[in-house]
Design a protein around this ligand. Structure first.
Ligand code: IPM
Ligand code: MG
Length: 357
């Protein structure tokens, strides 16, 4: 029997409840499709700080490195917001991305027809939207040196460095071009080349690489314009490629097209080794433990894990189809609720998704 080892990182806040719902669905899928999933749960984020004083303990990191795929729920706990930076939940996630060399973050945004009314935008604006944000994940201002805070004669000064080398840009832009080739062959590269030198290099590299992908139509947008275009006319986008910080911001914005950030999955990939699959949303501490969380983004992330990380595409399709069917039947978590629908908790919607498999 095919067997896959998954490093499971429930993390903080709503993390454990959406993890429970997702692993239940995954177990049902494995049984149905005759493969075995071995889950190894590990501490990460605030939960790890509490128990080990580190947001990414060494045994978690080595378990992730030796797994076939890493499935994470969410990290973050306001309790640690004042900790020194190396001891915050977010730092553990950045370290994990860096250690696994996950430079390519893929965030698909697809509108479920049954959720057209759940978006804050008009249905005619979002109908048919199907785009992918390809975000560079291990460089840019998130990791650039120098960074820090210094005392000055008059007070304090803090600084970060936005930096990219040509090869860092090339490898992420290639991922985006290849994705675009297999879709509608349109690539939008997002930068701030009218102001930033680092963006000018980004734009120059995209133009250079475009020569190798003549079948793909490339356009460039400034990030401020993209943030406007995403709500004005999102249908214009197919594949968007951008840097770490711009991708962070634009993917949250793009998530809201779907009605809830609770719907957006992501895959973080390197050149080889296990990928990391995680929802785009955070740990939502305000609703943690109340069985109110929407587990669908994590389940859709699990579907990406099945398809990309474990090559179990039949199971991936079945999972996505059954999510679609449950939504079509009118079941909703509270973040997606609209008139005439039936509100369910995290666990119950998971049960419906299993029934629909
Ligand atoms: C994301 C998150 C993370 C990021 C945080 C939690 C460090 O916002 O994955 O988008 O900024 O990358
Ligand atoms: Mg983010």
């Amino acid at each position: 029997m095919r067997s896959h080892r998954i490093a499971l990182l429930p993390g903080d806040g709503i993390g454990p409840e959406i993890t429970a719902a997702t692993t239940k669905v995954l177990k049902a899928l494995a049984k149905k499709n005759n493969f075995e999933l071995i889950f190894e749960e590990h501490l990460m984020g605030g939960a790890a700080i509490e128990r080990t004083n580190s947001p990414l303990p060494l045994d978690t990191l080595s378990a992730c490195k030796s797994s076939d795929a890493v499935l994470m729920a969410a990290i973050g706990n306001p309790k640690f917001d004042c900790n020194p930076r190396e001891n915050r939940p977010e730092t553990g996630l950045l370290k994990l991305r860096e250690e696994l060399k996950l430079f390519a973050n893929i965030r698909p945004v697809k509108i479920f027809p049954s959720l057209l009314k759940a978006s804050s935008l008009k249905p005619e604006i979002i109908s048919g939207v199907d785009l992918i944000v390809v975000r560079e994940l291990t460089g840019g201002i998130y990791f650039g040196q120098p960074k820090g805070q210094v005392k000055t004669d008059t007070g304090v000064r803090a600084f970060n460095t936005m930096t990219y080398s040509d090869d860092e840009i090339d490898r992420i832009v290639k991922v985006a071009f290849e994705l675009a080739q297999n879709r509608s062959k349109r690539l939008c590269s997002v930068d701030k080349a009218n102001v930033l030198d680092v963006s000018q290099l980004w734009r120059d590299r995209v133009n250079l690489l475009a020569k190798n992908y003549q079948d793909v139509e490339v356009n460039h947008q400034y990030v401020d314009n993209t943030s406007m275009q995403l709500v004005r006319e999102p249908i214009q986008f197919d594949v968007i490629v951008t840097s770490n910080l711009f991708g962070d911001i634009l993917s949250d914005e793009a998530a809201m097209l779907t009605g809830s950030i609770g719907m957006l999955p992501s895959a973080s990939l390197g050149s080889n080794g296990p990928g990391l699959f995680e929802p785009v949303h955070g740990s939502a501490p305000d609703i943690a433990g109340l069985d109110k969380a929407n587990p669908i983004a994590m389940m859709l992330s699990a579907a990406m894990m099945l398809r990309i990380g474990l090559k179990e595409s039949t199971a991936a399709n079945e999972l996505e189809n059954s999510i679609e069917e449950v939504l079509r039947s009118g079941f909703r978590t509270c973040d997606l609720m609209s008139e005439g629908c039936l509100q369910l908790g995290c666990e119950a919607i998971g049960e419906e998704i299993i029934k629909a498999l």
